[in-house]
Structures are given as structure tokens and as C-alpha cells.
Design a protein around this ligand. Sequence first.
Ligand SMILES: O=C(O)[C@H](O)[C@@H](O)[C@H](O)[C@H](O)COP(=O)(O)O
Length: 247
Amino acid sequence: MTATEHASTATQSNWITRDYHAAAELAQAIADALRAAIGARGQALLAVSGGRSPLALFAALREQELPWERVTVLLADERCVPPDHADSNSALVREQLLQGRAAAASWQPFFGQLPGGDSADWSEAELAALADGANAALAALPWPLDVLVLGMGEDGHTASLFPASPGLEAALHSSARVAWVRPVAAAHSRLTLTLPTLLEAGSVFLPLAGAAKLAVFARASQGPQPELPISLVLHGARHPVQVWLTP
Ligand SMILES: O=C(O)[C@H](O)[C@@H](O)[C@H](O)[C@H](O)COP(=O)(O)O
């Protein structure tokens, strides 16, 4: 594994790129960060992202030997769909991560009940009420995040901070933990951890695979750009973002 530290005094950005070839390497690093947090404060708050990429990581991470009973798991973002919907990140985490050794972890969903119908059609008032409920449900968690595993779309979104989308501005600047976003180019309205909540995480992991995502990462590396929300994490995170690169 090679590690290259990038630090830019001009933009105060900082990240570390690491090449890797097996999800087990990334899972080991995430487990090490969880163990360190548990050692430091007796517990660990872990936020993970959904999507397709994390499947191999979850399979490796759930078998890591660590005191999972001291870990609370939540999502970085969630599609506003029922927990048994095919697009539910909650279902993905329950089925793929909270198994095996990791079944001992505590799970904190964003919501239980949802309004009816397609969330893309819900009013902003309905979305705001759902976000308020999520903030109430998550208020008692041991913030800040100790470990955050982000993904990135080819439009530069991360979590559900989707560029040029209704709700994004509030999600970038809110003092709340959770905000709503209605992506202009993706299905379902979403709830997402807000940018300030993401930025204060103790350890941030950003695995990226494929040429298209690497090209977006190169653009995002140039500086903070609201049209590339991932760049706001890269250049604003309190601790160096670990960018894990695989072909
Ligand atoms: O709800 C989601 O979809 C994720 O939280 C999202 O931020 C994801 O990380 C990216 O869209 C990348 O998704 P892939 O891993 O499927 O490319």
C-alpha cells in the first residue's frame, strides 16, 4: 500500500491517497480507527454510506474482531423509502454490514414511519418534518462521528449532498445533524448528514474505484467548489481524509 500525503497551504486542504487492491485492507484500516475511538472514549460512532460500492467492504468489515457492542452504526444518508424497499440504505446496512461479528453493534435509523407516495413528490414541509424527526432520533448519539465512510457519485455528490439540488444549501450550512435534499438527477428525496457534521468526523474514509471517479476526484482536488460537494469535504474536513484508490 502506498500513501501519499497531499497538503495545500493555499486552500488548507488535506487528504491522504492510498492505493489498495482488496476490501480487506480498507476494512482493517476502518476497524483500526474504530478500535482507537473505543480505546479513547469507550465507544465509537460509525456512519457509512449506501450505494453499490460498499458491498465488498461491508463483507470484510463485519468480520473484523473488535468490541462491536460498543459501536453505534448510522447512515451518512438515506433514501426516503420504506426500510424494506430495494433502494433502502437501511436495508443494505442491516443485510450486509450488521451481520456476523458486527451484528452486536447498535443500529440507529433516520426514520421509522414515512408519509405515503413517492418522496420525490413530497412537499418541502413533509421533508422538513421527516428531517426534524431524524434530528430528534439522533440527538442523543455520542457525537461527533468517530469514523465516517463516504462514497462519491460521478456528479461529485457525497452522502446525499447532490449538486444544484433543492435542500443542498441548507444541508451545507445547517447546524442540525440531518437535512433533506431532493436530488435533481437521482431517484427519491433523501435525508443526509449535514456538511458540518461530516467535516467534524474523527476519521474519514473515501474509497474510490474506476477512472470516472478518479477524474472527478482530480477536479475536486483543485479547490472547494459547491458544484462538487465532495470537494467541500476534501478541503474542509477537520482531519485528513483518507482517499482509498483502486482501479
Ligand atoms: O445513498 C447513496 O447512494 C450513497 O450514500 C451515495 O452517496 C453513494 O455513496 C454514491 O452515490 C456512490 O454510490 P456507488 O457506490 O453506488 O457508486
